[in-house]
Write a protein that binds this ligand. Structure first.
Ligand code: ATP
Ligand code: MG
Length: 422
């Protein structure tokens, strides 16, 4: 035990910045003064035991988190923000953010419903409401060179055996989004969903239909923020999770290669969530995308991207004509979001479509005129729609390469001005 504690101390030191570790000890002393207890919990403990160089610090207090966080902020020179629905508070201190929550017990009145929440009198009860054993451990603070691992549900053993295991047989009924979470940890950590957990998951998948789009979306978005989202998406498909979300949520078999290709084409280790989302949707059959999007209800910024994907499909005949003027290509694509275009580019087999999207993104979309509205007015054009029209003509001429310099623009603007005032 003693050795193990020493090991935890060094793990804390290597995973948590010194200042924040100091804040944790201050939190412990502050809690102790008022007869309370604080714990480091959840993903922080899991990642620290796995030897991560950086962990998100989550602490739980047996007692009201808001009051405690405010006292701790005063004590440490931090600032408190964003009090969530379950009373979780963020403490901004020493350039980092620490989440502070009240220990709570949860009970579910119906599958997929939000839980009824009560304060928990001991940490073990709070740990029992959690999703998987590897996320249901806490570290308690004793004194400066002593801490203890609180692991009532076998988290350490599952961590060592690389298993994702639920805490009880009703877990997926209580919260069906845990199916997505299980896959996320399995794929991120290279673990295995334990066979009984997989059995329960498959048996309870249908309860996902009871969960709001917003909650499902939240987990999908988090999956797309992983280093390798394609592994999560394709495993979700294999386990029947996507179909349980919506029967038309079927992605193309080569999604793994597509995601890899996206990263290679962009020269990045991690593409952005918007591009990944478009890549998922572009592999769903076009007439089914709308239904799936309506089920997931992503926020407006994502919905607009998905609409752009549909528009690119409609524009495809024009985009892949044997010949297309550069200005026409520009007009065709200018209102579309780059992320949707990039995903389409990665996905399409049409060499012409790829070539033209590449030309647009790499070149045409950034072409600007050197003259602005004021310059055109100074050339004698009366203020009004004619100014915008002239600027547009200049832009198209630049795009087509007909003019290249500011004097050429002035020349062209003058002759266009003559035509409008004639
Ligand atoms: P990540 O590294 O992906 O952020 P995490 O373990 O920190 O993983 P969070 O979603 O940030 O996960 O949640 C923090 C903790 O809250 C989890 O470790 C888990 O104990 C608990 N938790 C989160 N979501 C659920 C859920 N749907 N059901 C039960 N417990 C949950
Ligand atoms: Mg987290």
């Amino acid at each position: 035990m003693q050795n193990y504690n020493l090991d935890l101390i060094s793990k804390l030191q290597s995973s948590i910045p010194k200042d924040i570790l100091g804040v944790l000890w201050q939190a412990h002393h502050l809690a102790q003064d008022s007869g309370q207890e604080v714990y480091l919990v959840g993903g922080a403990v899991r990642d620290l035991l796995l030897g991560s160089k950086q962990v998100d610090v989550d602490i739980t207090i047996i007692g009201p988190a808001v009051d405690f966080a405010e006292n701790l902020a005063e004590y440490t020179g931090g600032r408190v923000s964003s009090i969530s629905q379950f009373g979780t508070v963020k403490l901004h201190v020493a350039g980092h953010t620490v989440d502070i929550a009240t220990a709570r017990e949860e009970s579910y009145t119906a599958p997929g419903a939000l839980p009824t929440v009560r304060p928990a009198p001991i940490i073990e009860i709070d740990l029992f409401r959690r999703d998987f054993t590897i996320n249901a451990m806490a570290i308690g603070f004793i004194d400066q060179d002593q801490v203890e691992l609180i692991d009532p549900w076998g988290g350490l053993s599952d961590l060592l055996q690389e298993n994702v295991t639920v805490l009880h047989s009703k877990s997926f009924q209580d919260d069906p989004t845990r199916a997505l979470r299980a896959v996320r940890y399995e794929q991120r950590l290279g673990f295995t969903i334990d066979p009984y957990t997989e059995h329960l998951m498959r048996q309870d998948l249908h309860y996902i239909s009871e969960v709001s789009g917003e909650r499902v979306w939240n987990e999908i978005e988090r999956s797309l923020q992983e280093d390798h989202p394609e592994k999560v998406i394709s495993r979700c498909q294999e386990l029947g999770i996507l179909k349980a979300i919506h029967p038309d949520f079927v992605v193309r078999g080569d999604i793994i290669e597509l995601f890899q290709r996206l990263r290679i084409e962009r020269g990045v280790h991690r593409a952005n969530t918007r591009q990944y989302l478009c890549l998922v949707f572009v592999t769903i059959e076009p007439e089914k995308r709308q239904e799936v999007a309506s089920r997931l209800r992503p926020p407006g910024k994502y919905l607009r991207l998905l609409r752009d994907l549909q528009t690119i499909d409609l524009l495809l005949p024009q985009l892949t004509r044997d010949s297309i003027g550069l200005d026409e290509l520009y007009r065709c694509l200018r209102n579309l979001n780059d992320d949707a275009l990039v995903a389409y580019y990665v996905w399409t087999d049409s060499a012409l479509a790829r070539e033209r999207i590449d030309l647009y993104i790499g070149d045409l979309k950034d072409v600007r005129t050197s003259l602005n509205g004021k310059d055109v007015v100074a050339l004698g054009v009366p203020e009004g729609p004619a100014v915008g029209e002239i600027l547009q003509q200049l832009l198209y001429a630049r795009i087509k390469g007909e003019i290249k310099t500011r004097p050429e623009e002035i020349e062209m603007a003058k002759s266009l001005a003559k035509e409008t005032t004639a």
